[in-house]
Design a protein around this ligand. Structure first.
Ligand code: ZN
Length: 78
């Protein structure tokens, strides 16, 4: 009997935590729109270390450009 109560409490706690997480996720909303006036022309080539796909980033915000991901890996700047 106590094992059944324990599992019921664990399932209830999991549902409660999942519900709270979902509400926080929805309440946060999408990230702010990027300021398009800060976008500059750049020429940064990347290659995927797994499949060899290459691409060039031609427009980005000022500062450090985060490498795009392909095949679940960060692409390598060449
Ligand atoms: Zn790839």
């Amino acid at each position: 009997m106590t094992a059944a109560v324990f599992f019921a409490l664990m399932i209830g706690a999991a549902i409660l935590i999942g519900t709270i997480w979902s509400i926080r996720f929805i309440a946060t909303g999408p990230p702010a729109e990027p300021d398009l006036e800060d976008v500059r022309e750049v020429d940064v080539p990347y290659v995927c270390s797994v499949c060899g796909l290459s691409l060039t980033v031609t427009e980005a915000h000022e500062g450090n450009i985060a490498p795009p991901r392909h095949c679940r890996e960060d692409m390598i700047r060449v």
